[in-house]
Design a protein around this ligand. Structure first.
Ligand SMILES: CC(C)(COP(=O)(O)OP(=O)(O)OC[C@H]1O[C@@H](n2cnc3c(N)ncnc32)[C@H](O)[C@@H]1OP(=O)(O)O)[C@@H](O)C(=O)NCCC(=O)NCCS
Length: 152
């Protein structure tokens, strides 16, 4: 078994996310070939997610209840299936069953084309965000209203 120090960053991130209550993942296939995946989890009450927000917003915008916001942590499509619509399908498959009122994601500010892609899918930018971690990049924090919001 490898200790956490020697695991690739993506594996540590995956461990962290899969342990969260409500974690959900979709994997797309083209025949027997895996095409890509998307996963995320609801933000817990008092989530640290918003801690590095660089933009002033009213407190209620970032108030988390545990059932308000689904965080899209990862979306990845293998190169041969990019520009085929697979990414949008995975995104929809993950988010369409969700009952939270909104989704959030962070996109690296040095990836303007990915930012524009999310905007084309209806996401809006809340502001800049830099997680309070050493060497963290600066992100655009984005929000997307979810249509199936439930009052639980
Ligand atoms: C993001 C992703 C799922 C979108 O797939 P898609 O809808 O098929 O769209 P594309 O792959 O054509 O990406 C759109 C544009 O963003 C660019 N882009 C994609 N991922 C990028 C990244 N990680 N860094 C910089 N640019 C990126 C692409 O080069 C493309 O630019 P182009 O139109 O000039 O060719 C796919 O590109 C991907 O898996 N990227 C790597 C993982 C990633 O960055 N995920 C998003 C994390 S927030």
């Amino acid at each position: 078994m490898r200790d956490r120090e020697t695991l690739p960053r993506t594996a540590v991130g995956l461990d962290h996310w899969t342990a969260r209550p409500g974690w959900s993942c979709v994997v797309g296939y083209d025949g027997d070939q895996p095409v890509g995946y998307a996963y995320g989890a609801p933000l817990p009450e008092g989530a640290r997610w918003w801690g590095g927000l660089l933009t002033d917003v009213p407190a209620d915008v970032t108030a988390e209840t545990g059932i308000r916001t689904f965080a899209l942590s990862e979306l990845m499509v293998r190169t041969p299936w990019r520009k085929t619509g697979a990414a949008c399908l995975l995104h929809s498959a993950l988010l369409s069953p969700r009952r939270e009122e909104r989704a959030t994601l962070l996109v690296d500010q040095t990836h303007p084309k990915v930012h524009a892609l999310y905007e084309s899918w209806g996401w809006r930018t809340l502001g800049g965000l830099r997680p309070r971690l050493a060497d963290a990049p600066t992100f655009h924090a984005m929000l997307l209203p979810l249509p199936q919001a439930s009052s639980y």
